[in-house]
Design a protein around this ligand. Structure first.
Ligand SMILES: [Zn+2]
Length: 81
């Protein structure tokens, strides 16, 4: 029976991992499961609103678990008026 730790094993290389689906916030994202584009966006994942396929956000590794507040349409000055 071998040990869990193998010092001869090569380090993980993300450049050779192949296709990796992610959710990109600044574009139209089609679900790889059903092809639709309605998403429920969380802090680390985006989930398809129809088939519940979950994709990691493309920049979640950079941003970490900090909350994201995005505004579309009206601005704070519009709301104050
Ligand atoms: Zn879907």
């Amino acid at each position: 029976m071998g040990s869990m730790f193998n010092p001869r094993r090569e380090a993980f290389n993300p450049a050779v991992r192949g296709y990796h689906a992610v959710y990109r916030p600044n574009g139209v994202n089609h679900c790889p499961g059903c092809g639709r584009s309605h998403w429920l966006i969380g802090r680390l994942l985006a989930e398809c609103g129809f088939c519940a396929t979950a994709l990691p956000l493309s920049d979640s590794a950079v941003r970490g678990a900090t909350p994201v507040f995005q505004s579309r349409g009206s601005t704070l000055t519009d709301l104050a008026a």
